[in-house]
Design a protein around this ligand. Structure first.
Ligand SMILES: Nc1ncnc2c1ncn2[C@@H]1O[C@H](COP(=O)(O)OP(=O)(O)OP(=O)(O)O)[C@@H](O)[C@H]1O
Ligand SMILES: [Mg+2]
Length: 332
């Protein structure tokens, strides 16, 4: 399914000049930084959003998601760094960067006494889109055609959110950027938004959504970037980022000397010192060999045990947020 989506996105964005194995990324964020006085809200963040992906931008409240998305869309000035959107640099060519991009970062102003359709018509008019068919297509995409003539004020919270997303679809964008699209919705409303996001991707669009909920991003996204306190923690394909990382914990007499020694052993990915323990990212089958090498090198090993941490645990440890939140009511 994902491969097909990416192929479709590739075909869509290449205008027929598709190079077989090189699809340009939808977004390349490079060292993006924003300071407010001495406070660094977004700190040299870099990541790539593959074309055709459903990309989750995950982080707790205050992590810097809205600020980063705002900079990428030219709404918030950057302190340094840049982003290329659909191949165009936001500093040198913002109009082209945004020409095929639809975004909902701030909640769009929609009038309660006007119908959903009239609200969208007004948005289209203000955006200079004079094709009435675009309004109808956007209504269809968010599944509101049947309720299009009801007033916006009579909509449920989920329907209001979907009409907000429709404003981002009026240009028939290749790239859709949504800041916390399920915020404030009940599980049924969240599910509707996820279904909508999947439909947007199935029609060949790249979708970027921010969220503070790990389970939500896990459920719908193909790729992810996690930020906290303005810094990128990890990014990549969902299945790579989510895989259980085997590691072993070693209690050793001189951890500061032992860490670089272990780091140089083959098969070892990473070594961290956590509370005087060495946490070594390595296939646990190498535990015995590492123990032997430490002893041969004169270290005194007083404890060694495997440790398995899933991304959930890491996310919780880094952010203090539970990974599962309301997911039990949610079966899609
Ligand atoms: N205009 C501003 N002036 C000063 N500080 C700001 C400004 N805008 C944002 N910040 C700070 O920057 C940090 C990142 O805010 P941001 O809104 O980007 O986070 P977020 O990840 O979107 O959070 P949330 O989940 O609450 O929406 C926060 O500490 C916020 O208080
Ligand atoms: Mg935000």
């Amino acid at each position: 399914m994902i491969a097909t989506l990416q192929e479709r996105a590739a075909a869509r964005s290449s205008n027929g000049h598709l190079q077989s194995n090189a699809v340009a990324p939808a977004i390349e964020v490079e060292e993006l930084t924003r300071r407010f006085g001495s406070f660094v809200a977004v700190d040299h963040v870099s990541f790539t959003v593959p074309s055709g992906s459903i990309f989750g931008f995950l982080g707790p409240n205050g992590a810097g998601k809205t600020t980063a998305l705002g900079m990428m869309l030219g709404l918030i000035p950057t302190s340094s760094g840049t982003a290329r959107i659909l191949g165009h640099d936001i500093h040198t060519n913002l109009p082209d960067a945004l020409a095929r991009t639809g975004a909902m970062v701030e909640k769009p102003a929609l009038y309660p006494y006007m119908s959903g359709r009239d609200n969208l018509r007004l948005w289209a008019y203000l955006a200079g889109i004079d094709d009435p068919e675009r309004v109808e297509r956007a209504l269809q995409e968010v599944d509101l055609t049947a309720r299009a003539d009801a007033t916006f004020g009579s909509y449920s919270t989920g329907m209001k959110q979907r009409l907000g997303i429709a404003t981002a679809l009026l240009r028939d964008p290749d790239l859709v950027i949504l800041d916390e699209p399920t915020n404030g919705l009940d599980p049924a409303g969240q599910r509707e938004i996820r279904a909508l996001i999947r439909r947007l991707a199935a029609s060949g669009r790249t979708v970027v959504l921010s969220s503070h909920l790990l389970y939500e991003v896990q459920e719908v996204c193909t790729d992810v970037a996690i930020i906290n306190h303005g810094k990128l923690i990890t990014t990549g394909r969902m299945q790579d980022v989510l895989h259980t990382r085997d590691s072993i914990e070693i209690q050793v007499d001189r951890p500061l000397d032992a860490a670089p020694f272990i780091e140089h052993l083959s098969d070892v990915d990473q070594v961290h010192i956590v509370d005087d323990l060495l946490v070594v990212t390595v296939d646990t089958s190498f535990a015995g060999a590492i123990n032997r090498k430490l002893i041969e090198a004169g270290f005194e090993v007083s404890g060694l045990r495997p440790r398995q941490r899933r991304l959930e645990d890491e996310f919780l440890a880094l952010t203090g947020l539970p990974a599962q939140n309301g997911a039990s009511d949610d079966t899609d």
